[in-house]
Design a protein around this ligand. Structure first.
Ligand code: FPP
Length: 260
């Protein structure tokens, strides 16, 4: 439930080009998803180690969580670590795994205060033990929260997710609990990590890259995509409003035609 008073207070001091009044609060997307890109470039541009960009990226993610809650968004999802990201240096992977665990512990009071339920997209069971344990604790502690759902994609790859769904569906058919003829889109959706969540209505990708990078390929079928040149550590609540304003200016037809 959106708290209008908190919402207005949160968006005071707007820059000249965007403000809360630009947004139609009756048409806020239910699910907004982020590809958080540009941490490394943000750091390198400042002569800093890439790790500093990831640390700065945590602040942007916290702000995105708060902004989503204030706007009354049902689901916020974010791509934190892909199945391809294991190819990065040992140091960077270690840093990220440690940062995920540390951040989750640190942000738990925010999740409780804002009634945020945490879920993970991806195979978290193969993460380093400490990170996995902290994630499981986060899942346990927020299971009964019925405000916004925050879905963090970690060790996530869309093709691997679809292959896993196919495997599980095949096993159900082999065991006789599912008829092959009964496999339809909803059965497949129900075997993805996002089961039970609405598809994203808006995908925001930072740092100007025009790729999906193996992210939510099934779920993004009809999603509006907003790409900004802003690097993730610089992404603010105002950039978030700009993305929603652009989303609301579009005409979503879902393959149909205009009736107006
Ligand atoms: C992309 O930037 C970012 C990542 C691969 C990691 C995302 C992690 C965070 C935002 C840290 C906070 C997250 C949590 C869950 C605590 P990049 O390294 O690909 O940047 P580049 O394209 O400029 O190299």
């Amino acid at each position: 439930m959106r708290d209008e008073e908190k919402l207005r207070a949160y968006f005071t001091g707007a820059p000249s080009d965007v403000c809360l009044e630009d947004i139609d609060l009756a048409r806020i997307p239910r699910h907004v998803s982020f590809i958080m890109d540009g941490n490394g470039r943000w750091a390198q541009a400042r002569g800093m180690a890439r790790s500093k960009g990831h640390v700065a990226g945590v602040d942007s993610l916290r702000e995105a969580v708060t902004t989503s809650v204030r706007l009354g968004i049902d689901v916020l999802s974010a791509y934190a670590f892909s199945t391809e990201n294991w190819r990065r240096s040992h140091e960077e992977v270690d840093l990220l795994m440690h940062l995920f665990a540390k951040t989750l512990i640190h942000e738990m009071p925010l999740f409780h205060q804002e009634n945020v339920r945490l879920v993970f997209l991806g195979d978290i069971s193969s993460l380093p033990r400490q990170t996995y344990d902290v994630f499981c604790q986060g899942l346990d502690e927020t299971r009964d929260h019925d405000g916004m759902t925050f879905a963090l994609a970690v060790n996530y790859g869309s093709r691997a997710e679809i292959a896993r769904a196919a495997r599980n569906i095949a096993m159900e058919v082999a065991s006789g609990t599912l008829e092959a003829d009964a496999i339809d889109e909803s059965v497949i959706a129900g075997h993805l990590y996002t089961q039970g969540l609405p598809d994203p209505e808006l995908l925001v990708r930072t740092s100007g890259e025009l790729r999906l990078s193996n992210y939510l390929l099934w779920q993004l079928a009809y999603t509006e995509i907003f790409v900004t040149d802003v690097l993730w550590p610089d992404f603010s609540k105002w950039d978030y409003l700009r993305a929603i304003r652009a989303f609301q200016a579009r005409n979503r037809r879902f393959g149909g035609v205009d009736t107006a």
